[in-house]
Design a protein around this ligand. Structure first.
Ligand SMILES: Cc1cc2nc3c(=O)[nH]c(=O)nc-3n(C[C@H](O)[C@H](O)[C@H](O)COP(=O)(O)OP(=O)(O)OC[C@H]3O[C@@H](n4cnc5c(N)ncnc54)[C@H](O)[C@@H]3O)c2cc1C
Length: 464
């Protein structure tokens, strides 16, 4: 993480504190998983990043060519689920039948200097794109805040970064290839099979297995990243105007501090900063210690945190875009993130903050707030509306359900659409009301996969 001064302030704070374990938190029970657990002892379980989803697949396949993949799909009985890096929190991947990774179908396959497009294997990790793409004179327009995800996994859930005028990764896809349930290959773009394209841009892995993705890119660019501590109320007043004036703007509110870390990225020609020594911690263990110490005394918690963080000076770094976007996430967590119509987002954020600070003193993870531009993919949470996202987190070994259950009605009240890869409890009838093209997606999915080969229990609940 780049917020070095913050980490140093936290380290100083926790050095001076004796963390006492708080009542019910002393024995932190593992959060219950939402996945079904089978009794199979001879099958190595598959887990997602936070271990909130667990399954026992009978087969894990990694085909080395599209032909191998076609044979595999056509010849498989039972459910097949494509998997990327397992960084989704929702139950998109789990199956006890067959899991297919495209890790061997990766890398840059071709690029076009004229159109600034590049075609990549669907299993390419985002971390493997930046440098080779720059060597070909291109860079991705936007990236999320980590780069562990695969490209196919990212677009399947409309993974996004932040920027009032910048859409999700799916919005920069100009074409893709898909292996369908029968083992056929379908190519689609704005001009070729355009209906399938609009559905496949955000597909939940429910239409088939994506093998190639073409991205619209830009020339390589450097970003100047500035991290500034601001009082949350002042920041909320200015947020929309800051978003309009900066290429990328987001903020993290630190609960019980009254302060937020605002992050800005803007293009620059300044020289790249010298490499930073790695930080040993992301500061969250220290924040947990402060939570334990001051759990029953929110006023004291506020006073200590506010005075420790309020004078942290801004930090500035310059890096190639693909490095600038990405942070370390070395504390595992579970996450709920809703995408809200832009005009309601600050109001929703205020209500979530109020909820956390009045009813959930055990929560210490920051609340994240980002901007995303509208697009027109059928199942994009940003379809037809400029949005802001509000994300809440609980450390992986504490039960996320009470806080998330209390927060979700706030998001729903503002017609929020959940991030497809994050925790939510919405069902088919709610999605039907939130997505004008839901029925079209459902019918197209049915036509491409009439036997439901790609449907695990979660997806079957949504689409059948
Ligand atoms: C620490 C962390 C940070 C994150 N940061 C962000 C962020 O900044 N912004 C954001 O928007 N999200 C973020 N996410 C969420 C993450 O980007 C999404 O959940 C993403 O979908 C994960 O990609 P993956 O490669 O791990 O795919 P998986 O989670 O393995 O799969 C996701 C979906 O993709 C499908 N899929 C995978 N491969 C294929 C294929 N070849 N063909 C068809 N379907 C396929 C799967 O079936 C599934 O439906 C974060 C998650 C974590 C854990």
């Amino acid at each position: 993480m780049r917020r070095r001064q913050f980490l140093h302030a936290l380290a100083a704070l926790s050095a001076g504190s004796t963390a006492v374990s708080a009542g019910g938190l002393a024995s932190r029970a593992l959060a219950q998983t939402t996945a079904t657990r089978t009794a199979s002892s001879d099958v190595i379980p598959w887990r997602n990043w936070s271990a909130s989803q667990i399954c026992h697949p009978q087969r894990r396949m990694a085909p080395g060519s599209v032909d191998e993949l076609r044979e595999l799909v056509a010849g498989t009985r039972g459910v097949i689920r494509p998997v990327g890096s397992g960084h989704s929190f929702s139950a998109l991947v789990p199956t006890d039948d067959t899991i297919v990774s495209l890790s061997r179908l990766s890398g840059i396959l071709s690029h076009d200097k004229g159109t600034m497009e590049a075609t990549l294997g669907a299993g390419t990790r985002l971390s493997d794109i930046g440098e080779p793409l720059a060597a070909r004179g291109q860079a991705m327009v936007i990236m999320p805040d980590i780069d562990e995800q695969t490209l196919a996994g990212s677009i399947a859930t409309a993974t996004h970064g932040t920027g009032a005028d910048i859409g999700s990764l799916s919005s920069f896809v100009s074409g893709l290839k898909l292996v369908t349930a029968k083992g056929d290959v379908i190519e689609c773009s704005e001009n070729k099979n355009p209906e399938i394209f609009k559905a496949a841009q955000v597909n939940l892995g429910a239409l088939g297995i994506v093998t190639e993705i073409t991205l619209r890119n830009v020339a390589p660019y450097k970003l100047k990243s500035e991290t500034v501590w601001l009082p949350i109320e002042a920041l909320l007043e200015e947020a929309d105007s800051l978003a309009a004036r900066n290429r990328n703007f987001e903020f993290f509110y630190i609960p019980f501090s009254g302060l937020a870390i605002a992050e800005f990225h803007n293009p620059t020609d300044e020289p790249v900063s010298p490499p930073q020594p790695p930080e040993e911690s992301d500061g969250l263990a220290a924040m947990r210690g402060l939570r334990d110490k001051f759990l029953k005394d929110p006023e004291q918690r506020f006073a200590v945190m506010n005075s420790a963080f309020k004078d942290i000076p801004p930090e500035v770094l310059v890096a190639p875009s693909w490095q600038a976007y990405v942070a370390e996430r070395n504390t595992r967590f579970n996450e709920m993130e809703y995408h809200l119509p832009r005009e309601h987002a600050i109001g929703a954020f205020r209500e979530i903050k109020e909820l956390l600070e009045t009813r959930f003193p055990e929560v210490f993870f920051p609340i994240e707030f980002r901007y995303i531009k509208a697009d027109d993919a059928w199942l994009s949470p940003f379809s037809g509306r400029d949005s802001c996202s509000v994300a809440i987190h609980r450390v992986y070994d504490e039960d996320y359900r009470p806080f998330f259950a209390a927060a979700e009605p706030i998001f729903k009240k503002y017609r929020g659409r959940p991030h497809w890869g994050k925790i939510n409890t919405l069902g088919a009838s709610e999605f039907t009301g939130l997505y004008p093209r839901w029925k079209d997606f459902k019918e197209l999915r049915q036509a491409l996969d009439p036997d439901g080969k790609f449907l695990n229990p979660y997806l079957a609940g949504l689409f059948t």
